[in-house]
Design a protein around this ligand. Structure first.
Ligand code: DX5
Ligand code: ZN
Length: 222
């Protein structure tokens, strides 16, 4: 299982300290939400910030591009130190060239899907991706409530993975706490992105540990 704190919920005035907190928390990846004010109604940060934090951590950097035109951002984020870049399936005909571009940069590639989008939309790409990121809130803001109606999409993604003998990760992003992480794990998720729950807890390491043990309880994830 992968637990990835989402930096969006960190205190931006103390970013270096927040990254160091993650370093000693036992988390596996650091999730970085990139918002362009167009694909989503919010703006977060860009490659310059990723470049600045890269030397502060050895963690794998998982970049989530909530952007209408990721084409122009792939190289800058690759150079800034991204390990994986997730692009949204809602971009339609841009998706295939974007996936190939990420791969050609030598990075892992993820495909993200919003709550209202049918899971059938990701089916043509499953063989090409390292990770499927199932949004469990509508993207744009941290601190939202988990949308339970997304659980069948996780199950479907897990069924396809088993039937087609593929090995993409199944990530969930938005409103993830110990309880919802457990529900998602039961549905087949193995990668848990969590902002508010982890960063807003006084003891990040304890929060990561609690989430990990809650996922393990009665679930198939190891
Ligand atoms: C939502 C982002 C998420 C967000 C999760 O647009 O993609 O990664 O940071 O934050 P929480 O855990 O607060 O819902
Ligand atoms: Zn995200």
């Amino acid at each position: 299982m992968i637990i990835a704190p989402s930096l969006l919920a960190a205190n931006f005035a103390r970013l270096a300290n927040e990254v160091r907190r993650v370093n000693v928390s036992g988390a596996d990846w650091l999730h970085l939400d990139i918002m362009d004010g167009h694909f989503v109604p919010n703006i977060s940060f860009g490659p310059g910030v990723v470049r600045a934090i890269r030397p502060l951590t050895r963690l794998f950097l998982d970049v989530h591009l909530m952007c209408s035109n990721p084409q122009i951002l792939l190289e800058p984020f690759a150079q800034a130190g991204a390990g994986q870049m997730n692009i949204h399936v809602e971009l339609g005909e841009q998706v295939t060239p974007l996936l190939w571009k990420v791969k050609s940069l030598g990075k892992k590639v993820g495909l993200a899907i919003n709550p209202p989008t049918s899971i059938a939309m990701v089916q043509p790409y499953l063989e090409q991706i390292d990770s499927l990121l199932i949004m469990t809130v509508n993207p744009g803001f941290g601190g939202q409530q988990f949308i339970h109606e997304t659980l069948p999409k996780i199950q479907q993604a897990a069924d396809w993975r088993r039937e087609r003998k593929l090995n993409y990760r199944i990530g969930v992003d938005g409103g993830i706490d110990s309880q919802t992480a457990h529900e998602c794990a039961d549905a087949g998720a193995d990668t848990f992105i969590s902002g508010t729950t982890l960063f807003h807890s006084r003891n990040l390491a304890a929060a990561v540990k609690k989430m990990r043990s809650s996922v393990k309880k009665n679930s198939r994830v190891s």
